[in-house]
Design a protein around this ligand. Structure first.
Ligand code: ATP
Length: 318
């Protein structure tokens, strides 16, 4: 088969803790990552040329080699030169539904879809761990995007321990269309303000990781104690993003006044999510916040948690 259509889900962070600096310049993180049903569609097709071409319906998506989907295809071409010469380059069409630069891993999940899609299209037979090994070379969130579901992520975010899926909860996401936060800025600012609290000893890092593994949020997820999950959401990056972007803080406070399980900024923001017990409650919460803030630039999505990573789309192979 020479073309595939893939569904590439976004993610939210149920927990994001920055614990130190790494020798490679990245931060040492302890996170719980969760896939959601809001997803992009990625169509890939062998084009019998030497080129990788990107097309997208979204003006903010780069169409050159800075696109993570392009870099994923380039990595596959470099890793499997003989197969590349046989099939030629790839046309990649990105139908964007996930807001861009929103803390939802939009670019990362597109790259994960391209790795999974090329693996199928070129009949490489790579296993999920092998695909995740390639994914880790491209970006910290990409290995998680390949497998999805609910997982504890450590190291740069690339070391994954899957936990019970939490696919029964709904959520509302809200983002100002005229506001985006640079992930690099958020982490640099955190380092400037909080590096005195960083730990670096291997044993301290291990004990911090173990603390999350045996801690109340993971226990609440395993036992599906939804009220507890809502109360235990955590994100260190709120400490730097909320003071700089008061609109995001205001949005979070508005959600907190509605009937939800809990609310938090996702990743480096500026998207805020609110976990809800049902679709009805998610829709009600959305309407209340919309009414309270009343800003035409504020966009909302009602969606649910998802137990899967990259999926072959409805149209499947062609
Ligand atoms: P993360 O949560 O992984 O930090 P994000 O959701 O905050 O990512 P992205 O949507 O991945 O952010 O976009 C961040 C920047 O990456 C964009 O401003 C854009 O220039 C660039 N980018 C590269 N590839 C893509 C892609 N496939 N889709 C969207 N943005 C991309």
């Amino acid at each position: 088969m020479h073309s595939y259509s893939l569904i590439a889900p976004a993610k939210i962070n149920l927990h994001l803790e920055i614990i130190g600096d790494r020798p490679d310049g990245f931060h040492e993180l302890v996170m719980i990552l969760q896939s959601i049903e809001l997803a992009d569609q990625i169509d890939i097709q062998a084009n019998s040329t030497q080129k990788i071409n990107i097309h997208s319906n979204h003006p903010q998506v780069p169409l050159d080699e800075t696109n993570l989907a392009y870099r994923a295809a380039q990595l596959m071409c470099e890793a499997f030169p003989d197969v590349y010469h046989n099939f030629g380059g790839v046309d990649i069409v990105i139908k964007k539904n996930i807001p861009v630069a929103a803390g939802l891993a939009g670019g990362s999940t597109n790259a994960a879809a391209v790795l999974v899609g090329i693996n199928m299209m070129w009949e490489l037979g790579l296993t999920q761990p092998e695909l995740q090994g390639l994914a880790a070379q491209l970006g910290s969130d990409i290995p998680f995007c390949v497998s999805g579901g609910t997982a504890i992520a450590t190291g740069r975010g690339e070391k994954l321990d899957p936990i019970n899926d939490l696919d029964n909860l709904w959520l509302v996401l809200a983002k100002y269309s005229n506001l985006s936060v640079s992930t690099a800025w958020a982490y640099q600012t955190y380092r400037q303000q909080y590096s005195s609290t960083y730990i670096s000893e291997e044993k301290d890092i291990k004990s911090r990781t173990a603390k999350l593994h045996s801690g109340p949020l993971v226990s609440a997820i395993i036992h599906k104690q939804t009220k507890e999950i809502g109360k235990l959401l955590y994100n260190d990056l709120e400490k730097v993003v909320l003071p700089e972007y008061p609109q995001v803080a205001q949005l979070r406070s508005a959600f907190a006044q509605t009937e939800i399980l809990g609310t938090m900024m996702s990743g480096s923001g500026p998207t805020v999510f609110a976990l809800c017990e049902s679709e009805e409650k998610a829709v009600r919460s959305k309407h209340k916040v919309k009414e309270a803030i009343n800003d035409p630039n504020l966009d909302f999505w009602v969606t649910r948690l998802s137990s899967g990573g990259i999926q072959v789309g409805a149209s499947g192979e062609s």
